[in-house]
Design a protein around this ligand. Structure first.
Ligand code: ADP
Length: 405
C-alpha cells in the first residue's frame, strides 16, 4: 500500500511517502521512500524546500510563494519527475493521511475524510487557528490533483479524548465545559506511538502498562497512559498549558494576565505573542528557545541560562509527579522528541527526583545516545525508555488500518 503523509505546521509542511508492500509488518516502523520539509520562516515570502529520497538523492530549493497548495502540488511532482522517479504515476498513491491538530469533542479516532469531516475541521478552526486551516489546505490540494484518492484525518487530540472529566475539565464556571472550554491535550499521535513502541521494546502488552510519556520538543507535554489510553495530560485547551517549553510559558497564574491587562493595555495579540513566543527557555534565558544553546550557556556559567534550565527541570518533575498520582503507579517513564531523545542531562535530572520510588537510571546507557532503548538499570523498579517519535509513520499506520476495514 502506497501512503502519502502530510503533516502541516503553522509555518511548515512535512511530508513522507511510504510503500508498505515492502514492509509486511506495519507494526514495525518503516523508513519513508521520500521525505520533504518546507519551512516558511527562513526567508520572508519564500518557502525553503528540502527533499530526500531513500535512494540517497537530496536537494534544497527556495520557491517564492506563501501558498501551501502550490507547494504541495510542487512536492507531488517531485515524486514522479524524471530525476527522482519514486513512483511512475501519482495515481499509484493508495491513500493520503493528514495530521490534523484539533478534532475537538467530535473525533476520538482517525477517520476517512468526507465533506462533513472537512466542514467539522473547518468549524474547529476557532480552537486551532494556526493549524486546522493548514490541514484543510493540504486536503484540498490533494483533492485538486488526485480527486479519487481516499484521504484520512489523524487527530492530535484523539488519543486524549477518553480522559476522565475530572482531568479534562477546568474548574471555572460549568458553562465553560458546555461551551467546549476544556482540556483537549495535544501531541496525541506522538504519545500514542511512544506508548505502543515502549510496549514493544519492553516485550509487554500495552494494556498491562502504566506509562508516563514525556514529549519534550519545542512544545512539551506529558501524558499519563493506563490500559493503552491517555488518562491525563499537561497541555490543555490550547498547546500553551502545562510544562515550560522552548518559547512558550506553559501554565502561569491566570491572575498575571488580569494584572497585565489592567496595568498595561495589552491586546490579545500582544499577550499571545508574549506567552507563545517570548517565554519559556527563551524568555528566561534571553538566549534561545533551543535547549542545546541554553544548556551550553548554563554550563559556561550564564546565570539566566542556568535559571531557565532549573525552572524547566522543576516544572518537568512537578508534571511527572502529577501524572504519577493520576496513574497510581508507574511501569515506565518514556522520553521522546528533540530534548527527550537527545538531552542526557534533562533525562538524568528528571529521573533523579524519582529515585525514592526505586527508579534507577543507568548513567552510562543514558549518555550513549540511546534510541528505542530501555536505559534503566536491571534492578530499577521503573523502566526508563527513550523512543524516537515517528508521528508520520504513526499516521501511515492509521491509514493502513482504516484501509483494511
Ligand atoms: P518540534 O517540537 O518542533 O518537532 P523537536 O522535537 O525537533 O521540535 O525538538 C526541538 C528541541 O530539541 C530544541 O529545543 C532543540 O534544542 C532540542 N534538541 C535537539 N537536539 C538536541 C541535543 N542534542 N541536546 C539537547 N537538546 C536538543
Amino acid at each position: 500500500m502506497k501512503i502519502l503523509v502530510l503533516n502541516a505546521g503553522s509555518s511548515s509542511q512535512k511530508s513522507c511517502f511510504y510503500d508498505l508492500t515492502e514492509n509486511l509488518s506495519p507494526e514495525q516502523p518503516a523508513k519513508p521512500l521520500w521525505e520533504a520539509r518546507v519551512d516558511w520562516t527562513h526567508h520572508q515570502g519564500f518557502a525553503k524546500v528540502e527533499v530526500e529520497t531513500r535512494q540517497g538523492r537530496g536537494w534544497q530549493e527556495e520557491i517564492q510563494t506563501h501558498s501551501r497548495p502550490a507547494i504541495i502540488t510542487h512536492l507531488l511532482h517531485t515524486l514522479t519527475d524524471e530525476k527522482n522517479r519514486v513512483i511512475e504515476k501519482l495515481t499509484e498513491i493508495d491513500v493520503v493521511g493528514h495530521r490534523v491538530v484539533h478534532g475537538g469533542e467530535t473525533y476520538r479516532e482517525s477517520i476517512p475524510i468526507t465533506a462533513t469531516v472537512k466542514a467539522t475541521i473547518a468549524r474547529l478552526t476557532a480552537l486551532a487557528p494556526a493549524h486546522n486551516p493548514a490541514s484543510l489546505e493540504g486536503i484540498e490540494a490533494i483533492e485538486a490533483v488526485l480527486p479519487t484518492v481516499p484521504q484520512v484525518a489523524v487527530f492530535d487530540t484523539a488519543f486524549h479524548s477518553h480522559m476522565p472529566q475530572a482531568a479534562a475539565l477546568y474548574p471555572g464556571p460549568y458553562e465553560w465545559f458546555e461551551q467546549g472550554i476544556r482540556r483537549y491535550g495535544f501531541h496525541g499521535i506522538s504519545h500514542q506511538y511512544c506508548a505502543n513502541r515502549t510496549a514493544q521494546i519492553l516485550g509487554k502488552a500495552l494494556p498491562a502498562l502504566k506509562l508516563i510519556t514525556c514529549h519534550l520538543g519545542n512544545g512539551c507535554s506529558l501524558a499519563a497512559i493506563s490500559q493503552g489510553r491517555s488518562i491525563d495530560t499537561t497541555m490543555g485547551f490550547t498547546p500553551l498549558d502545562g510544562l515550560m517549553m522552548g518559547s512558550r510559558s506553559g501554565s502561569v497564574d491566570p491572575g498575571i494576565l488580569i494584572h497585565l491587562l489592567r496595568q498595561k493595555t495589552y491586546t490579545a495579540d500582544q499577550l499571545d505573542q508574549m506567552l507563545n513566543q517570548a517565554s519559556g527557555l527563551k524568555g528566561i534565558s534571553g538566549i534561545s528557545s533551543d535547549m542545546r544553546q541554553v544548556s551550553e550557556a548554563a554550563a559556561t556559567g550564564n546565570n539566566r541560562a542556568k535559571l531557565a534550565l532549573d525552572m524547566y527541570i522543576h516544572r518537568l518533575r512537578s508534571g511527572i509527579g502529577a501524572m504519577l498520582t493520576s496513574l497510581g503507579g508507574l511501569d515506565a517513564l518514556v522520553f521522546t522528541a528533540g530534548v527527550g531523545e537527545n538531552s542526557a542531562l534533562i533525562r538524568a535530572a528528571a529521573c533523579e527526583a524519582f529515585a525514592f520510588l526505586g527508579l534507577k537510571l543507568d548513567a552510562e546507557k543514558n549518555q550513549q545516545r540511546p534510541i528505542d532503548q530501555d536505559i534503566a538499570t536491571t534492578d530499577s523498579a521503573i523502566r526508563v525508555v527513550v523512543v524516537h517519535t515517528q508521528e508520520d509513520w504513526a499516521i501511515a499506520q492509521e491509514c493502513w488500518k482504516l484501509m483494511q476495514t
